[in-house]
Design a protein around this ligand. Sequence first.
Ligand SMILES: [Zn+2]
Length: 231
Amino acid sequence: MNELIGRVFDFEKTIFPASSELFARLSSQGQEPKALIVSCADSRIVPEQIVQAAPGDLFVCRNAGNIVPPFANMTGGVSATVEYAVMVLGVRDIIVCGHSDCGAMKALSYPEGLERMPNVSAWLRHGAAAEHVVTTCSPHLEKADRIRAVSLENVVAQLTHLRTHPSVAAAMAQGEMALHGWFVDIEVGQVLGLDGDTGRFVPLRADRPLPVAMPAAQRIATDDYYAEAAE
Ligand SMILES: [Zn+2]
């Protein structure tokens, strides 16, 4: 038997019994995750490990390239996950988490060979803005530097897409939701966070305020007439 698959018996025998009270509570009371994370499917990135989440803590959506397609009137797994997390579970922090050495971002940066993978190719079109920003603003970047820049810009692009989802847009307008853009450097075990004020990714440090891409702040498009009518 595949050694990994065989470990399921350890879950039944040792892991579950050690947390049986937690699972009993989660089973009877339901889940109330504290955040939604959209991360890459890459096996080296384990969202629960990064934030040391216990069962019930973190709503997770993983796919190649940590992509959030913009809202559209078509069925999509990521869109449905975002909608459910916000509308039903009441999640009010969403993290888009990219990482170094990302295969999807390599393909987005250098798409040669993608013609044999029509689904990957179509999926990565949701990162087109990231590739175009880097090609336009930093045309001198090559190889690893270009891939890293595209990976960081891709986090920004997907945060922009998130805001097109009506559930997210409404929660943000109410001043209830914060969006976070993270990037994990696998080789050094460091997590960078996008600071929305400066537009830069900076290391997350316990002794500094958490950089937030879009902090919770009430906002409504209005004019004087609308504001007076609402009072
Ligand atoms: Zn990846």
